[in-house]
Design a binder for this molecule. Structure first.
Ligand SMILES: [Cu+2]
Length: 67
């Protein structure tokens, strides 16, 4: 298990936090996601085998920008 903190642009409210959290939880091996629109940080706990790139692509797929 590892932890990532990803800086994301474009989350404006709690609804955005939920969108990001729900999208990332659909990835197999993602255990926990906490998104904070005020800081722009998305904290992800995931299995070691999952590439950071996979997480970032998912965030971009739903319309947010990864810094
Ligand atoms: Cu929003």
């Amino acid at each position: 298990m590892k932890e990532l903190e990803i800086k994301v642009k474009g989350m404006m409210c709690a609804g955005c936090e939920n969108r990001v959290q729900n999208a990332l939880k659909t990835i197999d091996g993602v255990e926990k996601v906490v998104a904070n629109h005020e800081t722009g940080i998305v904290a992800v706990s995931l299995e070691d085998a999952i590439a950071e790139e996979t997480i970032k692509e998912k965030i971009e797929d739903i319309g947010y920008e990864v810094e």
